[in-house]
Ligand binder design. Structure first.
Ligand SMILES: *[C@@H]1O[C@H](CO)[C@@H](O)[C@H](O)[C@H]1NC(C)=O
Ligand SMILES: *[C@@H]1O[C@H](CO)[C@@H](O)[C@H](O)[C@H]1NC(C)=O
Ligand SMILES: *[C@@H]1O[C@H](CO)[C@@H](O)[C@H](O)[C@H]1NC(C)=O
Length: 376
């Protein structure tokens, strides 16, 4: 933006005088989005049924207003604004995942795939919940910071079961990601709000386990803590159409480490504890650099624990690197894996590749995803 300090000022004047003072380059969409700077504008999550029982296919508020919301006050950003901006950007992606699903597949498509008649309605309700999250996160960002708008997103699904498999991976990843993000806010009430959101994601995941996958809904005594939330978020950039975000959006995520991605190599047969997996870094333009004098570890996070397994990097990339997923872990929930230069990856700077979120439940689905497809 050319005139950073002037824009908020203009908007502050506008708010005070109610005279439309948008710089001429503002489109009508931007003007519409600017109304959302007022937290009392539009349906309020917790009060409005739009966020629960709206059965239309059009995007529910505020998902129907995709532009960024500009600051309306001058001054330093709120202490937790970066965290909420990251979360709002991620939420746009999740909201659009559900929106695209309910548009793409009809109730009959899910029934034809052998799924319960309620499936499409449940997805609409989850979509509505996610719209409520958008509004909650917009209102958590202080009036001195921009509230990011929606980008364009492309998800690799073609049929209902594959769609629901990706949903399961996204929901369980967001549960793990929120255990790290909740460690960031300085304001205690913000941490409470994040926990409340994580609980909603859990309800979505439990529904999928019971109704879609006909699996045990419980995930063991603790879900998985992974402390470096932005590293999980960074991997979701793969779903954003390059160059499609509003130019006023902040960097996503911020701060961004741009670590090499990590996944299980094609020769991996199983992802359950005790299985051997090969470590693959799928982005040819972002490969790890291993130093000859450093010992590297595959660090596996599960529940409240982490286990580090040394890896031999000396023959890579000529030879695949294989490592065994700790056998002691239960086959529940997820395992988050990364490559680090110290056991336990005590800081985010110790991580050199990853993380990969490894689905354990339902284990059959995890194996199917590994081999490029999911079936019920
Ligand atoms: C978005 O939805 C709200 C609430 O349903 C509605 O009042 C508003 O006119 C809609 N805006 C756009 C641009 O569709
Ligand atoms: C690391 O080891 C490989 C193989 O032993 C050798 O070719 C390479 O020069 C070494 N690199 C450094 C920076 O020492
Ligand atoms: C992993 O576990 C070790 C030992 O319990 C702990 O010291 C370390 O902080 C843990 N790592 C992370 C990133 O939580």
């Amino acid at each position: 933006m050319r005139s950073q300090p002037i824009l908020p000022l203009l908007l502050a004047i506008r708010a005070a005088t109610a005279t439309p003072l948008y710089p001429f380059r503002f489109s009508p969409e931007y003007a519409e989005a600017q109304k959302l700077a007022d937290p009392t504008y539009g349906p309020i999550p917790g009060e409005s049924d739009i966020y629960n029982t709206y059965w239309g296919l059009d995007r529910p508020f505020p998902g129907n207003i995709s532009g960024p919301i500009f600051p309306t006050e001058c001054g330093p950003p709120g202490v937790d604004d970066w965290t909420w901006q990251n979360l709002l950007s991620a939420e746009w992606l999740i909201f659009e995942f559900y929106q695209q699903g309910v548009e793409r597949f009809s109730p009959e498509d899910f029934v034809a795939a052998g799924l319960p008649e309620t499936t499409h309605r449940r997805l609409l309700e989850i979509r509505n919940n996610e719209a409520g999250h958008l509004r909650i996160f917009q209102n958590q960002i202080s009036p001195t910071s921009v509230k990011p708008g929606s980008c364009k997103y492309a998800f690799p699904f073609t049929e209902p079961i594959g769609y629901l498999a990706l949903m399961t991976v996204l929901e369980i990843s967001s549960m793990a990601f929120l255990t790290g993000l909740v460690q960031q806010p300085e304001i205690a009430a913000g941490r409470g709000a994040m926990l409340a959101i994580a609980e909603v994601e859990t309800r979505h995941e439990v529904w999928a386990l019971m109704d879609i996958w006909k699996a045990n809904p419980f995930g063991g005594p603790s879900d998985t803590i992974f402390p470096y939330a932005n590293e999980v978020l960074d991997s979701t950039n793969a779903f954003i159409v390059p160059g499609s975000c509003p130019p006023e959006n902040p960097e996503f995520p911020h701060p961004r480490q741009r670590l090499p991605g990590l996944s299980a190599g094609k020769d991996t047969a199983s992802l359950t504890p005790g299985s051997k997996i090969s470590l693959d870094f799928p982005d040819p333009n972002n490969q790890p650099i291993f130093n000859n004098h450093t010992v590297y570890y595959a660090v596996f996070f599960h529940g409240v624990l982490n286990v580090s397994v040394p890896i031999d990097t000396s023959k890579w990339p000529q030879e695949e690197m294989w490592v065994t997923i700790p056998e002691a872990f239960e086959t529940k929930g997820v395992i988050v894996a990364c490559v680090a230069d110290l056991p336990g990856a005590p800081t985010k700077e110790n991580i050199v590749a990853g993380p990969a979120v490894i689905l354990e439940q339902p284990a059959k689905l995890a194996t199917a995803l590994l081999h490029g497809g999911a079936e019920k």
